[in-house]
Write a protein that binds this ligand. Structure first.
Ligand SMILES: [Zn+2]
Ligand SMILES: [Zn+2]
Ligand SMILES: [Zn+2]
Length: 254
């Protein structure tokens, strides 16, 4: 995928019902929202064939969260900025939450909350005339252990804390990446992005798998029976074929 493949055949498991593990780029895009450059960014962060380690302390989950912050057009440039020690502003936020001057001025005006039920108001009033949030006629109900007040102040306060947490997280990962020497490795990016040239400079282009070549390959490498290989390849080849046709019909570029 990093090189631009639309479909990658990963494991080959002989003697199982589906011997080929086939992954489609379109599934990754739909399922994870990741495009090719996102995957390249991921591989730089967690390690790849050319640079096995990746950034220390950044695993798949963190990397996923980082790369999803940016669009495909931005991701590699922003990664470079981060590598230089910058902390690019996250447009729209990692987790959206509208802050601004308004919420800060409201911060100081927390209305009293009842210590018994946790709702706005005070315990004495709740005792006298019940609480409008507790659906109970006499007094108010003791708040459960994991009580979350939904009043505008408390939910805003929670959002703000969440945002602060996300910001701190962002600063931490940016620092971690910036500490990593020579990150991101320009050469690896170029290697992945060079569409039509292989490492030795010979020209290469994408196409659908050539069945006979695959058959030969597997007979040679795995000593499979050619007819067995053909039989096993058929479901995969038809899936690829049908997918290509579906894409062509909707007019999307291949
Ligand atoms: Zn109360
Ligand atoms: Zn209440
Ligand atoms: Zn509240």
């Amino acid at each position: 995928f990093l090189f631009g493949a639309k479909c990658v055949i990963k494991g080959i498991k002989p003697n199982s019902r589906e011997p080929f593990e086939c992954y489609h780029m379109s599934d990754i895009e739909a399922g994870l929202g990741l495009k090719r450059k996102h995957l390249i960014a991921m591989s730089l962060l967690v390690g790849n064939d050319y640079d096995s380690g990746g950034v220390l302390g950044i695993g798949v989950e963190k990397a996923l969260r980082i790369v999803r912050v940016f669009s495909e057009d931005e991701i590699l440039d922003r990664l470079q900025d981060i590598g230089k020690g910058l902390k690019p502003a996250v447009s729209g936020g990692i987790k959206s939450g509208d802050d601004g001057e308004e919420s800060h001025s409201e911060m100081n005006k927390r209305s009293p909350h009842c210590s018994r039920c946790g709702h706005p108001g005070n315990k004495r009033n709740h005792f006298k005339s019940s609480c409008e949030h507790c659906s109970c006629d006499s007094g108010c109900i003791k708040k459960p252990f994991e009580f979350r007040c939904e009043c505008s102040f408390c939910s805003k306060d929670r959002d703000l804390k969440e945002q602060k947490k996300t910001e701190n997280w962002w600063i931490k990962v940016c620092d971690k990446i910036a500490l990593w020497p020579e990150f991101p490795n320009r050469k690896i990016i170029e290697l992945y992005l060079s569409d039509s040239f292989t490492e030795d400079g010979s020209s290469m282009s994408w196409g659908t798998p050539v069945t006979e070549m695959l058959v030969d390959f597997m007979v040679f490498k795995l000593h499979w029976d050619p007819s067995y290989v053909r039989k096993m390849l058929l479901p995969m080849m038809s899936t690829i074929y049908l997918r290509e046709r579906a894409i062509n019909n909707t007019g999307k570029p291949l």
